[in-house]
Design a protein around this ligand. Structure first.
Ligand code: SF4
Length: 357
């Protein structure tokens, strides 16, 4: 395959599953992890996927894996190689080894710097663990460091979010991804959803939380370049940008998604089924998106709208109802010429998106 493309590698193991997590996650066990590595090498061999622009080790908690595995899996020198890291249980020695193995960007699951919020989220780390880790990453020489921050958390107030952010902004990092907590079916949080929803900030306060984070980051020289992403100049996430701009990507590992030749697919979200398919020399795909070419293009267009530089309309041939909706949204001040989202459009994107499809 030629042209710019990305590789995503799903490492599905965690020490403990967080009560809100809806990803495909398994308990960390040496035997299963060794099978996983064997499977990953096998799956890669089934594709001619040369010279990806970026590689992303996501999970799960890929920072649990031995750094030598990264070196074993990487087969070229991509521009950006990201490792997701959980703050707990990672040593300076291991981080040095990851850097040596080819990792040049780290994405840290900070979520909050308030102890009671971390406790509610079932996270294993303390605010001080994150602080220490970010300094160690700088010390080891990682310049490209992203942090995940959560808002809309039950019991979180504007004040507690501001305290988290003020403390975070004293630490070394160059990118921030801002997520609102979602309560998904089949999670422990879903069973407690009525009680949890009562403690969540009301929608207007949740928007205030988003605006607060945005304002503070802009003040500190970050640019807001995608609805949920902020970066210091020259530190936009190249890998994630591909998702919003329609760059093809291959996802390997159980449950991974791919977008190749304009078709979305997903691997078996099951370790044994994924391994069985590989043992039979088959690509372990469980689902291929049945969308038509037009539907796919429209979906890509809506994703592309999340990119705040605006959309190059010449890439899309949009149906009349979408073009009319774009005009209407511009009249309502939700879109600016380009088209690109206005601040109001960013806040109400979840309501706008279905109207365009
Ligand atoms: S650490 Fe991340 S992937 Fe693992 S259980 Fe928690 S939220 Fe899910």
């Amino acid at each position: 395959m030629s042209g710019e493309k990305s590789l995503y590698i799903h490492y599905p193991f965690c020490k403990k599953k967080c009560p809100y997590c809806h990803f495909f996650v398994l308990p960390s066990r040496e035997e299963s992890e060794k099978l996983w590595l064997k499977g990953i090498l096998k799956e890669l061999s089934l594709y001619q996927f040369e010279n990806p622009l970026t590689v992303y080790f996501g999970g799960g908690t890929p920072s649990l894996m031995p750094p030598e595995w990264v070196a074993e899996i990487l087969y070229s020198s991509p521009q950006e190689v990201t490792l997701e890291i959980n703050p707990e249980g990672i040593t300076k020695k291991k981080l040095i080894a990851f850097k040596k193995a080819g990792i040049n960007r780290c994405s840290v699951g900070v979520q909050s710097l308030q102890e009671e919020e971390l406790l509610l989220l079932g996270r294993e780390h303390l605010p001080s663990t994150t602080e220490k880790l970010l300094y160690i990453l700088a010390d080891v020489g990682f310049e490209n460091v992203s942090v995940d921050l959560m808002y809309d958390v039950p019991g979180q107030s504007l004040n507690s979010l501001e305290r988290s952010l003020d403390n975070l902004l004293k630490l070394p990092f160059t990118h921030l991804s801002l997520y609102n907590l979602t309560i998904e079916p089949h999670t422990p949080f879903y069973k407690q959803r009525i009680a949890l929803e009562k403690k969540r900030p009301p929608p207007e306060e949740s928007r205030q939380q988003f605006l607060l984070v945005r304002e503070k980051l802009l003040e500190k020289g970050f640019e807001h370049y995608e609805i949920s992403a902020f970066a210091k100049p020259a530190f936009r996430a190249i890998h994630n940008s591909g998702y919003w701009l329609g760059r093809p990507f291959l996802g390997i590992g159980p449950s991974s998604f791919s977008f190749l030749n304009n078709i979305r697919s997903q691997n078996h979200p099951h370790l044994d089924k994924w391994i069985q398919a590989l043992e039979q020399n088959q690509k372990p795909i469980s689902f291929t998106d049945p969308l038509s070419e037009e539907e796919r293009l429209l979906e890509l267009f809506v994703l592309n709208l999340r990119w705040l530089d605006g959309v190059d309309l010449s890439r899309y041939s949009l149906p009349p109802h979408t073009l009319n909706t774009l005009k209407k949204l511009e009249q309502q001040g939700l879109l600016l010429p380009g088209p690109r989202l206005s601040l109001e459009g960013i806040l109400y994107f979840d309501e706008i998106a279905p109207e365009l499809i």
